[in-house]
Write a protein of this length. Structure first.
Length: 153
């Protein structure tokens, strides 16, 4: 069996690879060595790319949740003349709930200001945040962060 056939049979018998592989690049005459090396290299590159893509998706999820939280905070403010300090507040839950995996925290909430941060277990070391009101910037946020703007650090 030539190397191309072996590579094709490996991929065909294992559909969980879920990635495109150019079988024609497998040009070694020794099936064991050529195919394994080629597939191993491709799988490592694909796996690294997938991790980066997943991390970007988690960050996008945190940013989206924080943008939606700002809208919910404004709605809550319109009704109660104050910002909510606890995202599990019964009236606030009707307006906003976080995406699965996103861990929000609201800090410094008052009648005129609030700040919020979000983390995700799938993106360790990354925190996203937003604030409204003078001097309510979340701790650890970059100095260049503007009010109402979601930023990650």
């Amino acid at each position: 069996m030539c190397c191309k056939s072996l590579c094709y049979n490996i991929l065909r018998s294992c559909p969980s690879f879920g990635m495109p592989v150019a079988i024609s690049s497998c040009s070694h005459s020794v099936p064991d060595t050529g195919c394994r090396v080629s597939l191993y290299g491709r799988l490592r590159r694909w796996s690294a790319t997938r991790r980066v893509t997943k991390s970007k998706a988690y960050i996008a999820s945190m940013k989206s949740d924080l943008k939606n939280m700002v809208l919910a905070q404004e709605s809550y403010f319109t009704e109660y003349n104050t910002y909510v300090a606890d995202h599990t507040d019964a009236n606030f839950v009707l307006l906003w709930t976080p995406t699965t995996g996103v861990v929000p925290a609201i800090g410094g909430a008052s009648a005129t200001t609030f700040n919020a941060t979000a983390t995700h277990a799938g993106s360790p070391g990354t925190t996203c945040g937003v604030y409204a009101g003078a001097g309510a910037r979340p701790g650890g946020a970059p100095a260049t962060m503007n009010e109402g703007e979601v930023a990650c650090w």
